[in-house]
Design a protein around this ligand. Structure first.
Ligand SMILES: Nc1ncnc2c1ncn2[C@@H]1O[C@H](COP(=O)(O)OP(=O)(O)O)[C@@H](O)[C@H]1O
Ligand code: SF4
Ligand SMILES: [Mg+2]
Length: 337
């Protein structure tokens, strides 16, 4: 679906984020590199607390107070977002990147009718008249599957169900025909049927409009079904980057392997799923060597006790594990029972 030769739409290189408030924590996000090509769908995966949202927020220029990008580059169609003013970033967020979050109410204005919220984005970013923007808002609500869209234009967000709020947020995210939609766990709070409908909608938008998607998720079923490429994060670093088929067929990093092993395989019911022992270290408590070492079934080697660097295994395929880079069999399944 994607061509590696294309210029990336989004290129994040060597991104580092520190906590710089009263408590200083360095390397919260460390040396994060990945790219999204036009029209491509890239998954950002990893357990809770691995830095997926922080990375996404850095791309949007919306890091929480106290956090600062301390290194690296974020290029959107060649433009360095880290050098943009707050005003320029607002324009990028409205126009070139659309954002979808887990909680619709975090991005919908509760005091404003949903039609006005969508129309205002078009007026602001595309300079449309009030009348034209309202017509377009109705079309967008239709497009995202809101029944009786003409009437719903005048609803307030709290008058809608969770699934409908999520659809309105998607309508808002695509209101100005963005090149990239950044979706942070967009379906986690929804029930399974609505989850499937929302993913189908995102899939249609991709194929109709060629929108690229950066999807933050911990659902590997969704990754397999929806994404072209995967960026696996652990404790604030990228541990593996690969095409989705390569990753599922032959994960290179012990962490990715363990994540895949934790997914129940259809047709192979297991009563006991392998789980990764231990938990993601809290920011500021990372081991000095490989950040995954305390939990890794293949750790303990002298190479594991040094900080790890990304090694390129093939085009657009990397691993951050010295032993995997050396060809050691570190991704063999681990006996669990
Ligand atoms: N507002 C915050 N204040 C302090 N630490 C935070 C805040 N948000 C996230 N963190 C820490 O930053 C790290 C990365 O978190 P996050 O990006 O939310 O992970 P993920 O989205 O992968 O679950 C975690 O260690 C988390 O505890
Ligand atoms: S460097 Fe060592 S501890 Fe870290 S993931 Fe590789 S094998 Fe495991
Ligand atoms: Mg998150």
């Amino acid at each position: 679906m994607s061509s590696p030769a294309r210029e990336p739409l989004l290129a994040v290189s060597d991104l580092s984020i520190d906590l710089t408030g009263e408590t200083v924590q360095r390397g919260l996000i460390h040396d994060v590199t990945f790219a999204v090509a036009p029209g491509e769908s890239v998954a950002l995966i990893g357990e809770s607390g691995c830095g997926k949202t922080m990375t996404a927020m850095a791309v949007l220029g919306l890091l929480p107070r106290g956090f600062a990008v301390t290194g690296g580059e974020i290029l959107l169609a060649g433009r360095d977002l880290l050098r943009c003013s707050a005003r320029e970033l607002r324009a990028v967020r409205g126009r070139t990147i659309g954002a979808i979050f887990q909680e619709p109410m975090s991005s919908l204005d509760p005091t404003m009718r949903v039609g006005d919220q969508i129309a205002e984005a078009r007026r602001l970013h595309l300079g449309e008249s009030r009348r034209v923007a309202r017509v377009r808002a109705k079309e967008l609500l239709d497009r995202v599957g809101i029944a009786d869209a003409a009437r719903r234009l005048d609803s307030y967000p709290h008058e809608l169900s969770g699934g409908m709020q999520q659809r309105v947020m998607i309508a808002s995210a695509i209101a100005c025909d963005p090149d990239l939609v950044l979706a942070d766990e967009p379906t986690t709070a929804l029930d399974v049927t609505i989850q499937a409908e929302i993913l189908e909608l995102l899939r249609e938008l991709r194929s109709e409009q060629g929108i690229a998607v950066l999807l933050v998720t911990h659902d590997l079923g969704v990754v397999a079904d929806f994404c072209d490429r995967v960026v696996a994060m652990y404790a604030g670093t990228v541990v593996e980057r690969a095409g989705v088929d390569d990753l599922f067929a032959d994960p290179a990093h012990p962490y990715t392997r363990a994540l895949l092993d934790a997914v129940p395989q259809t047709g192979h019911p297991r009563t006991l799923l392998p789980v990764i022992r231990g938990r993601v270290p809290a920011a500021g408590h990372f081991p000095a060597g490989c950040r995954f070492e305390p939990r890794c079934a293949h750790g303990g080697d002298a190479r594991c006790l040094a900080p790890q660097h990304e090694t390129t295994l093939a085009e657009r395929r990397t691993v951050r594990c010295a032993r995997a880079a050396d060809g050691d069999p570190v991704t063999r399944p681990v006996a669990t029972v």
